[in-house]
Design a protein around this ligand. Structure first.
Ligand code: SAM
Ligand code: SF4
Ligand code: SF4
Length: 352
């Protein structure tokens, strides 16, 4: 533990928030609580790449809730203010509301959000809300039943997701973000229907450019539909006006409908990379710190944690890794792909 730094130097005041080699602070932490999923979306975890013997993490390999809480404390001491729970499918992790309760008690945590495919929300939405979850993002790629089956790898029904959203509304969640990954020739013909369904509800549909994450989705640039194309298409139906970001580093470009029916967002990580403001760290379910969605390897925090590292030592390890961070994959995509550098952590391991 020779790299440890005293915890008082990195207090919740944020005075010593580490900055990476491009002067980006550490602000957000995405916590993957499980690598398993009840869907097999072709852009993330395509069924045909997962032989029956594919080994997901065992219970012992996954961080326990107390361990996640310890690490979250260390990240918050370094300046993290926002936590997002993700997966795999986070609601497959047993007792998740209990973890949320523990995280919500950490002084300095201002926001806890979760990204989910929503199928299990009818069962858990109220408990999640009561536990202190502030915000929900639901993934929903299409309203068309057949396309939805295709985009969930034959595992999901769109009606279940809509039931999940309704359950979340009843539990008190509002302004739900609805993430839609757009793939050319698959669901790009259905984006207007999705917008129409949620205009005026207060929820915010966000279109995500299909990314070359992981190694298994056989990504091809031709399948990406740029945000510019979608903005033109949606704007032709309902005039749109560009909005300022809510905060520096917000990943979605915001637009409002000129008729006042709400907002729509576009996440353009392929056509307009936003690495310059990227302040997100990712913790995998087995306790590895990834400093980029496209990182090849993670930095193991589980071993020092289980070996008895104290809070200051854990914060020191995280700070040391963050200060060495050079990642800006999306800005270098063309160059790195041309060099054949395409080995990245899988999306379902770090959760987007
Ligand atoms: N299972 C949960 C869900 O789908 O909401 C949480 C984890 S999932 C990996 C998080 C987000 O990553 C989802 O909104 C999903 O659509 C997005 N995602 C997965 N693979 C992607 C890809 N290749 N390109 C863009 N977004 C992707
Ligand atoms: Fe599962 Fe989410 Fe990946 Fe789809 S995007 S396979 S729901 S982890
Ligand atoms: Fe952040 Fe990496 Fe995405 Fe760039 S490519 S925005 S550094 S996660």
């Amino acid at each position: 533990m020779s790299r440890s730094i005293p915890i008082e130097l990195v207090s919740a005041s944020g005075a010593a928030t580490p900055r990476d080699t491009l002067a980006r602070p550490l602000r957000d932490l995405r916590i993957s609580v499980i690598d398993r999923c009840n869907f097999r979306c072709p852009y993330c975890m395509p069924e045909d790449q997962y032989a029956q013997d594919y080994e997901f993490l065992s219970k012992d390999q996954r961080l326990r809730f107390e361990e996640i809480e310890r690490l979250a404390h260390a990240f918050v001491a370094l300046g993290v203010r926002k936590l997002r729970l993700t997966g795999g499918e986070p609601l497959l992790r047993r007792d998740l509301p209990h973890l949320i309760e523990q995280l919500a008690r950490i002084p300095g945590v201002e926001d806890i959000a979760m990204t989910t495919n929503a199928v299990l929300l009818p069962k858990f939405a109220q408990a999640l809300r009561d536990a202190g979850l502030h915000r929900l993002t639901v993934s929903l790629d299409t309203l068309d039943a057949e396309t939805f089956r295709q985009m969930s790898g034959g595992r999901g029904e769109v009606a279940e997701v809509l039931d999940g959203i309704a359950a979340a509304e009843r539990a008190g969640f509002s302004k739900i973000k609805l993430n839609c990954v757009v793939m050319r020739g698959v669901n790009d013909g259905q984006v207007v229907d999705l917008v129409e369904r949620f205009r005026g509800t207060g929820h915010i549909v966000r279109f995500i450019e299909y990314m070359d994450v992981g190694t298994v989705n056989q990504w091809r640039g031709e399948s990406v539909v740029s945000s510019a194309e979608l903005i033109a298409r949606i704007g032709a139906r309902w005039p749109l006006e560009s909005l300022q970001p809510n905060y520096r580093g917000e990943v979605a470009e915001r637009y409002r409908f000129s008729d006042g029916a709400g907002e729509v967002g576009f996440i353009s990580s392929v056509s307009q990379p936003f690495c310059g403001d990227c302040s997100r760290a990712r913790l995998s379910a087995d306790g590895k710190l990834y400093t980029c969605l496209f990182a090849r390897t993670g930095h193991d925090l589980r071993a020092p944690l289980r070996a008895g590292a104290n809070d200051a030592e854990l914060a020191g390890l995280i700070a040391a890794r963050w200060t060495q961070r050079t990642d800006r994959y999306s800005e270098q995509r063309a160059e790195l792909r041309a060099r054949g550098e395409q080995k990245h952590v899988e999306m379902f391991a770090v959760g987007g």
